[in-house]
Design a protein around this ligand. Structure first.
Ligand code: NIG
Ligand code: FE
Length: 437
C-alpha cells in the first residue's frame, strides 16, 4: 500500500469537507498507478490501469491519503489513529475509478439545435448546414441574448449532468458568443458555474470558433479583435487558462490559427486546437506552440501521427461527434496509440455535433468504433484527459496526494463501464472529497 500522510494540502473548496471517508472492499479499484512512468500514457502503457482487487481508498481533507487493498488499509497508521471520525463505505460489488476528466466540452449555449438535427437526418452535412448559416452561428443569438446568470445556470446543470456519469473535471469552452462582450460573458458564466460545482473546471476561450456573420467578408478583422481585445482581456481578468481555435475550412486558416495561438502565448495562456475534424490540415504550424491537446484528428496524416509521437501534446478524440454526425469513419485511434501518441477521450459536449454528457457512452464508442480496449479507453478518459488539461499531477489517478476525485459504479468488472452502452451505472461521484448532489 502506498501512503503520503504528511503531504496533504487542502484547497479552499475542499476545506469544507466533513469527515474522512474510507471506501473498502472495492471489488475492482482502477488506480492508473504506474510506477516509474511520468507524463501522459502512450503505447502499451495506455493499457496499464493499476487494477487492485478488494481495494480500499482513504480520503481526508479533499485528498487521497492512502490507496491499497482492504487488508493493507486496515493496518494503516493514520486510519488507526482517526478510526472514530472515519465514515466507512462498503464497496462490495462495485468498481471505483479515478473520476473522468472530460477534456473537451462546449457547455455555454442557450438551446439544442433541433433544426440542424432534422436537416442532417434528411441528408444535409454538417459543413453544408454551417455554410447555409446554421451550425455554430445558429447558437450565437441565444448566447448573445441570455444573461450571464442564465448561461451560468445552464452551464451548472451541464456540469451536474456530467458528474452524474462520473466526471469530476471538465474543460469548458466559450465559443458561441463570437464577439468580445459575449465571449467574456460566456467565460464569466463558466466561472460562476464552477464556483457552485465541487468538480474542477479548466476554462478555455474559443472566440475563434467561427467568424461571426458581421465579419463574414472580413474574417481577419475578427482575428484582430480576438488578438487585440479578447485575449488580453481574458488574460488580464484570468477568465481562462487556455485559448482554443477551430482550424478548419470555413472556420480559421492555419495562418489565422497561428496568429491567435501566438497571441495567447504572449499573454501567458496555454493553447489547444480543433484540427483535422472535417478536412486534413498540417499539424506542424500548430505544434510550434506546444498545444496541450489537438482535438478531433479524424483526418490526421501518417507523417503527423509519427511527429506527434515525439511530443507531449495529447490527441483528444471525441467519437460522440462522429456518432452524432454519422460520419463514415472515426478518428484513427489504433494508428495513433500504436505509433506512441498519447490519446485522450472526451465528450465534446455541445449542441451541434455531440450533445452528450456521458463519458461511459464515449468509452463505448471508443471500444466498438475505434477498437480501443476497455483498459485503454479508461486511461484515455482519466489520466490522459488530466494531462490534456495540464492537471496530470493532481487528477486522473487514484494515488496518495492527488485530489479525492472518484467515480463509483454498480458493476463488478471495469470493462462493463464501456460494455453497457446508453445506461448509467455510476452510483456515486466524489469531487475533492465532496459527493455529487
Ligand atoms: O467540436 N468543431 C467545432 N466545434 C464543435 C462543434 C460545435 C457546434 O457544432 O456547435 C465540435 O464538434
Ligand atoms: Fe469541440
Amino acid at each position: 500500500m502506498s501512503s503520503k500522510q504528511g503531504k496533504v494540502s487542502t484547497s479552499k473548496k475542499a476545506q469544507s469537507v466533513a469527515a474522512p471517508v474510507l471506501l473498502h472492499s472495492i471489488t475492482q479499484l482502477v488506480t492508473m498507478h504506474m510506477p516509474g512512468w511520468s507524463g501522459p500514457r502512450r503505447g502499451r502503457a495506455l493499457s496499464d490501469i493499476g487494477l487492485v482487487e478488494d481495494g480500499a481508498v482513504l480520503v481526508s481533507g479533499g485528498k487521497l491519503i492512502s490507496v491499497g487493498t482492504t487488508r493493507e488499509m486496515r493496518k494503516d497508521a493514520w486510519l488507526k489513529q482517526h478510526i472514530r471520525e472515519v465514515v466507512e463505505l462498503d464497496c462490495t460489488g462495485k468498481v471505483v475509478i479515478p473520476g473522468f476528466v472530460d477534456s473537451h466540452t462546449h457547455p455555454v449555449f442557450a438551446k439544442p439545435r433541433l433544426v440542424d438535427f432534422e436537416k442532417r437526418i434528411s441528408g444535409a452535412t454538417y459543413a453544408e448546414i454551417a455554410e447555409a448559416g446554421g451550425g455554430i452561428r445558429s447558437s450565437l443569438d441565444g448566447v448573445r441574448k441570455e444573461s450571464r446568470q442564465q448561461l451560468a445556470e445552464r452551464t451548472l446543470s451541464a456540469f451536474r449532468e456530467m458528474s452524474a456519469y462520473g466526471t469530476t473535471t471538465v474543460e469548458a469552452k466559450s465559443g458561441y458568443g463570437l464577439n468580445c462582450e459575449s465571449e467574456l460573458k460566456s467565460l464569466e458564466a463558466i466561472k460562476d458555474a464552477a464556483a457552485k460545482w465541487p468538480g474542477t473546471v479548466a476554462a478555455t476561450l474559443l472566440g475563434a470558433h467561427v467568424p461571426p456573420p458581421e465579419h463574414k467578408t472580413d474574417p481577419d478583422g475578427y482575428v484582430d479583435i480576438i488578438i487585440k481585445k479578447m485575449i488580453p482581456e481574458v488574460a488580464k481578468r484570468k477568465l481562462a487558462a487556455y485559448v482554443d481555435v477551430f482550424c478548419e475550412k470555413g472556420a480559421f486558416t492555419p495562418e489565422q490559427s497561428m496568429r491567435i495561438l501566438k497571441a495567447a502565448k504572449i499573454h501567458g495562456l496555454e493553447v489547444r486546437a480543433h484540427v483535422c475534424q472535417l478536412t486534413h490540415a498540417e499539424l506542424q504550424p500548430l505544434l510550434l506552440f506546444h498545444p496541450a491537446s489537438l482535438d478531433h484528428m479524424d483526418f490526421v496524416s501518417d507523417e503527423d501521427v509519427n511527429e506527434l509521437a515525439k511530443h507531449d501534446t495529447v490527441a483528444t478524440l471525441v467519437p460522440g461527434a462522429n456518432y452524432f454526425l454519422a460520419t463514415k469513419s472515426y478518428p484513427p485511434a489504433r494508428k495513433l496509440i500504436d505509433a506512441g501518441v498519447p490519446v485522450a477521450l472526451a465528450t465534446d459536449y455541445n449542441p451541434g455535433s455531440s450533445p452528450t454528457s456521458s463519458m461511459p457512452m464515449v468509452l463505448s464508442l471508443a471500444c466498438t468504433q475505434m477498437k480501443m480496449s476497455p483498459a485503454e479507453a479508461l486511461a484515455a478518459a482519466t489520466i490522459n484527459g488530466a494531462y490534456a488539461v495540464g492537471l496530470g499531477d493532481r487528477k486522473g489517478s487514484v494515488e496518495p496526494g492527488k485530489d479525492a476525485d472518484l467515480a463509483i459504479f454498480q458493476l463488478e468488472d471495469y470493462r462493463e463501464i464501456a460494455y453497457w452502452f446508453g445506461a448509467n451505472h455510476c452510483v456515486g461521484t466524489m469531487m475533492s472529497g465532496h459527493w455529487a448532489e
